[in-house]
Structure formats: C-alpha cells, structure tokens
Write a protein that binds this ligand. Sequence first.
Ligand code: AMP
Ligand code: MG
Length: 319
Amino acid sequence: MTQNRSFVAMDTMMQLTLPSGQGDAMEASEQLVKRLDGVCSRFGDGELAALNKAAGTPTVVSDELFALIENSGHYCTMTGNAFNPLLGKLMDVWGFSGSDDGLPRVAPAEEQLSSLLACADPALCEIDIAQSSVTLPDGAALDLGGLVKGYASDRVLALWRERGLTSGLVSLGGNVAALGGRPDGTPWTVGIRDPLSGDGLIGVLPVRDLSVVTSGGYERYREIDGQTYGHILNPNTGCPAESDLLSVTIICPSGELADALSTALFVMGAKEAQTFWRDHPELSFECVLVTEDRRVLTSPGLQGFEPEPGDYEVVGGAW
Ligand code: AMP
Ligand code: MG
C-alpha cells in the first residue's frame, strides 16, 4: 500500500508517493521542497533573489546555491550555451515572470533583447571557490528554473535514502524521480504526456531508480499579437525557442542533469539533440523527442517504452 501527498511549490503541483506509514518522511520532504523554493526563487526575499539584487558585486552564497551555480555553468558549457542560467531579465521582458498584470502586449524590441543578451553571457559570471562568492554580470539575473525541480527531486530521494526507505516516487510538475520500484517489487510506471492534448499520453515507461523529466513549449506559454510563445528561450537570440520539437523527455539517474538537458535539447531541436546524444555517451542518458510533425523519436538505448495508440509515428532505430 502507498500513500500520496500533494502540495504547491515552485509554481506547480508536487506529488509524493511513499509506502504507507511514512507520514514523517512526507512532511520532511514537503518542507525540503518548500525550503528550496525559497532559496532558489527569483522573487521574494530568498537567497537567489538577494544575489540578483547584488548583480555586479561579489556576494557570498551558501554551499548549496554555490554548487547549483557551478553546475549550471557546466551544463551551459556542455550544451554549447543551449542551457543558460542567466536569462532572468529576458524572461521578464517576455512576460514570463510574475502575474498577468503588466505583461507586454508587443514583443520586446531588438535592441532591448541584444543589450540584455550581452549581459547574460555566462563567461562574465565570476565565481570564487575559496570565498564561496559569486559575482553575477551587471544587468543579468540568475534563473535556475531550468534545473531546480530536478535538483529538488534528487534531494527528496536522498532524504528518503537517509531514512532507510527503498521505494518512493516524486513528481514535481513534469519532473518525476523514482526511488527503487513499487513496494510490491514491480517497476514504477511514468506516463509521458502528449504535448498536443490536455491529459493524453504518448506512452509509458517502466522505471526504477531513474528520473524522467519533460520540457515542452506547451507547459507555459503566452500570446503576443496572436502569436504563441513558449517559456524556453533560445540563448542565442533571446527569443522563445522556435524548436521543431513539441517536447523532450530525458531519462537518467540524476534529476538535475535530466532537467538541465530537457531544457537544452528542446532549444537544440531534433537533429542537434540526436547529435548531442551520440556525442555524449558518458552522460548515460536516454531520451524521447516528440516532433512538430508528429513523430516520437526514441533514443536507441531506451528500454521498455510502450507507446499509446494515437496520432504519432514512433520511430526507434539508430541515431
Ligand atoms: P524547463 O521547464 O525545465 O524546461 O525549464 C524552463 C525554465 O527554465 C523557464 O521557465 C526559465 O525559468 C528557464 N529557462 C528558459 N530558457 C532557458 C534556457 N535556454 N536555459 C536555461 N534555463 C532556461
Ligand atoms: Mg529543465
């Protein structure tokens, strides 16, 4: 038997599943996720918000935030800047921050985008390991929204392991992480959403000790002048990514890596994402790419994917 707990954090619905009788672990996990939300939010008075206010001056940060910033720099380098954690101000001008009030009614001007992009260069971010201090480029804002849910799911699983648990499932708005299999020994099953239908699935995956993270333009979007814009930005243009992908799902043991890669491969588009998979066997990840022309491309190492009958052509085979 299992028990569930749902709550809202990081602007999304979170769900925890544990064997029955684990009320304390549930409570501790919820508090952990809410604490991380406070630390990593761009809004309010948490640590990341304070660091953003201090952009341009060296600021000592906690070990936890320091490690996240260092890692986000690695993901940026690894993905050739498709993952860029400094796009906060660009998210603002596209109206993806805060409430609906004050949303821009027109797309931001070219000059505004290029001056914000110039500041969002990760090479301008200075980190001092000895002092645990970070100097953000003046005029840029750190935005860890591309990986923080994955990181939080890793931390929840670590907490469960410390308590001796061997089975559990965490779902943080599109970021699923499994500890072991179900209490009865069978694998957990994780559905991959159909990006074109509200609650349909393109398929399901059996998982044990893996994270399954999906990014897609359909998750958060807005309309300006009748055109739809998704919340994942292309760091080369400063504009919402015009990907030929509807969604990217990454499957690997680390939730943080899966989250960063899901965002980055969405920006890359199908062809470059497949090349990235081929070029990075050391990352040990698998993926499911859903393309605009309704194909589901599964990476050659993916095990057990069961497509749902529907409007998509499932294409396996070599990449
Ligand atoms: P995800 O849902 O994991 O794909 O993350 C999307 C979130 O990451 C956005 O809401 C922004 O906060 C942030 N973001 C947008 N574009 C990028 C990008 N190219 N690289 C890193 N983070 C991004
Ligand atoms: Mg992500």
